[in-house]
Write a protein of this length. Structure first.
Length: 87
């Protein structure tokens, strides 16, 4: 096998300075969806329109979660630093 056949193409990656925003985006996507599932279930129960109701809630929850994570992240980092021993 030659080197040309064993090499994988390089994946494009974002710069390191974008990490806090990408973290907030992924966290917001996942947490807002999970919370939309749980809160919709608690409020309305399951039914024929359950996923429609979930997605309607998610449309509001995801942008709100993204903004809240950006605001709260520095506070949480500070609290963790005060709570956990360093190396």
């Amino acid at each position: 096998m030659s080197d040309a056949t064993t090499k994988k193409p390089q994946r494009t990656r974002l710069p390191t300075r974008s990490a806090p925003y990408i973290f907030a985006l992924y966290m917001a996507i996942i947490m807002a969806f999970l919370m939309s599932l749980v809160i919709t279930l608690a409020e309305f129960g399951t039914g024929p329109h359950y996923m429609t109701n979930v997605m309607n809630a998610y449309q509001v929850a995801m942008p709100a979660a993204f903004f809240c994570i950006l605001v709260v992240r520095p506070v949480v980092i500070r609290l963790v630093g005060l709570t956990v021993h360093g190396h």
